[in-house]
Design a protein around this ligand. Structure first.
Ligand code: GTP
Length: 341
């Protein structure tokens, strides 16, 4: 299944920079060397087995934009799953940017009326004055320019995690079985007594799905229908009893009420921060010619294991129960693999 993603916006707004950061694992500092995109550059990224993102990075110089709209509209705007239109937060010519945007939106409505539209107010690090107020002002302006077309607006910058947040949300809308994945992750989280389980795409490290937040300590009554006792259990070498998956089903177990972390203490930006940090770590590994495979962290407060789940995904399990060993988490990842392939 191929999903066409159009990346458009004025020349210099930052389209190729974000593409190189997210899809090519380059650091933000290298983007200043990128030249202007000539015409359209196409990329294919395989997401989750049979889902392929077909990314069209459309050079934004006026001459190219005029050609897309006048001569190539049926090629460019046909079969689009998602349009991502990038605006510079402090654009020197917002009126011209908006006019091109309106024309592109009209062409999209004609050739791909069902496409989702995401607008990025980019280079937020250069915003003059309060970022929140600037974003609010720009959002109102963009919503007005979009008329009846529903749009989602994000403020982004290549210098922080905001770019990962926006792209993760965008990619999430393209994944047909995202709800099923979340369900499996929730079951895996219960099986591991984890605070949270997160699924990342392998190349981009964008968040594909997350387990739902754990129940509040002491909240679920024993025997609640939402929770079932494991059908079997397994004793690891350290004596830890941990549920295993049997006969193709992922059993859940009651979380230890004393072990659960307060979900309200978890940072709301933790997903995109993790994507950003792992990408930076992967880049550091490649600089010393090491390949990144997996990661384990055992700290006083929590334990985390990041490991390959399938050919195209990584999974991160975060546990706040010090009695749970990383070997048990790795074993559960191995056992869960077939559910995600
Ligand atoms: P065309 O290929 O001509 O359409 O331009 P483009 O939209 O692809 O722009 P490009 O990615 O080449 O970026 C232009 C410049 O913007 C580069 O020097 C980047 O380093 C810079 N840039 C990109 N994103 C950001 C950002 O979030 N903040 C700041 N301050 N600079 C950025």
């Amino acid at each position: 299944m191929k999903k066409k993603v159009l990346l458009m916006g004025a020349s210099g707004s930052g389209k190729t920079s974000m593409r190189s950061l997210i899809f090519s694992n380059n650091p933000a500092s290298l983007t200043a060397r990128l030249g202007a995109t000539i015409d359209v550059e196409q990329n294919h990224v395989r997401f989750l087995g049979d889902l392929i993102l077909n990314l069209w990075d459309c050079g934004g110089q006026d001459a190219f934009m005029d050609t897309y709209l006048a001569l190539q509209a049926s090629t460019i705007f046909q079969h689009v799953g998602v349009l991502i239109y990038v605006f510079e937060v402090e654009s020197r010519n917002m009126q011209k940017d908006l006019q091109y945007y309106r024309d592109c939106l009209a062409a999209l409505q004609r050739y791909s009326p069902d496409a989702a539209v995401f607008l990025l107010v980019h280079k937020m690090d250069l915003a003059r004055g309060s970022r929140a107020q600037t974003l609010e002002r720009r959002t109102a302006e963009l919503q007005q320019a979009s008329g009846d077309v529903p749009v989602t607006v994000f403020g982004t910058s290549i210098y922080d995690e905001s770019l990962y947040k926006a792209w993760s949300r965008i990619v999430h809308t393209l994944i047909p079985n995202a709800a099923v994945l979340s369900k499996h992750l929730t079951t895996l989280a219960h099986a591991c007594s984890a605070t949270e389980v997160i699924l990342f795409e392998r190349t981009t490290f964008l968040v594909i799905a997350t387990s739902s937040p754990p129940p509040a300590p002491h909240a679920p009554p024993m025997g609640s229908p939402a929770l079932s006792t494991p059908s079997s259990s397994h004793t690891t070498t350290n004596g830890l009893r941990t549920p295993t998956f049997s006969q193709g089903s992922l059993p859940a177990r009651e979380p230890d009420p004393d072990a659960g972390a307060d979900p309200h203490r978890l940072s709301p930006t933790r997903y995109e921060r993790t994507s950003e940090l792992i990408k930076a770590f992967k880049h550091a590994c490649s600089r010393v010619r090491e390949e990144f495979h997996s990661l384990e962290m055992e700290l006083d407060e929590f334990t985390a294991v990041l490991d390959e789940l399938t050919k195209n995904t990584y999974v991160l399990i975060v546990v706040h129960d010090p009695t749970i060993e990383t070997a048990a988490l790795r074993m559960n990842i191995r056992l869960a693999r077939s559910k995600f392939e």
